[in-house]
Design a protein around this ligand. Structure first.
Ligand SMILES: [Zn+2]
Length: 218
């Protein structure tokens, strides 16, 4: 026996639903959203990547001031660890062993101020990547240069000197070279983590001031 489902009776007298007319908004039109024209970062703001694209080894100490030397083969690609803006670029190696001026010790170098407010510095580069210049917006992972042994690393093993600091006016190389040890953050990024040095860098800046005097290799 087929089941007969009783259909509910629809009363023909039911009042049809009248849609209320939208209230006319004569004057205000919605403003168009601003279109971001800058190159979108590959990794979202705050995302970190390990700064070398080859096999590397580094320790937990550095001579005289906080930094990390990442030993790697000549030509290894150095990339921006975070989205940001290129700060300073040194295109020429002016270091000499006789003068050993602090300002020249880095050789070829690039610094980037990240979206996290931290300045990232890599030096002793063999070569600066094409198009890298101060003011350039970069994504995390953007090629900045190639590992070498320029500056005071001349004649010794090729490595990337990596420094963390706060932004300063240009030429403040004794801050730029490093104020906080990078290795705990490098360990995190290497493992796919996103540990940020921003709080530690800001704490150091509050402790010593934005322009502390140079105390070693000056
Ligand atoms: Zn170093």
């Amino acid at each position: 026996m087929p089941t007969v489902t009783s259909t509910p009776t629809v009363t023909s007298t039911a009042t049809p639903t009248v849609r209320p007319k939208p209230t006319p908004r004569a004057t205000t039109k919605p403003k168009p959203q601003p279109v971001r024209t800058t190159s979108a970062p590959v990794v979202a703001s705050g995302g970190y990547v390990f700064p070398l694209k080859c096999k590397t080894s580094y320790g937990h100490s550095h001579h005289d001031y906080p930094a990390t030397d990442l030993f790697a083969a000549r030509g290894c690609r150095f990339v921006s660890p975070i989205a940001g803006t290129v700060d300073e670029v040194t295109y020429k190696d002016t270091w000499s062993s006789s003068s050993n001026r602090g300002a020249d010790r880095g050789g070829l170098s690039v610094s980037v101020v990240g979206t996290d407010g931290v300045r990232y510095y890599g030096s002793h580069l063999e070569r600066i990547a094409p198009g890298i210049r101060p003011g350039l917006r970069v994504a995390a992972g953007k090629l900045l240069g190639y590992v070498g042994n320029t500056g005071s690393a001349r004649g010794i093993a090729t490595h990337l000197h990596f420094g963390l600091s706060w932004p300063t006016r240009h030429g403040t190389w004794w801050v730029r070279r490093g104020e906080v040890y990078p290795w705990p953050y490098l360990d995190s990024w290497k493992a796919g983590g996103h540990r940020s040095p921003a709080a530690a860098v800001e704490a150091k800046r509050r402790q010593v001031g934005t322009y502390p005097p140079c105390t070693s290799y000056c």
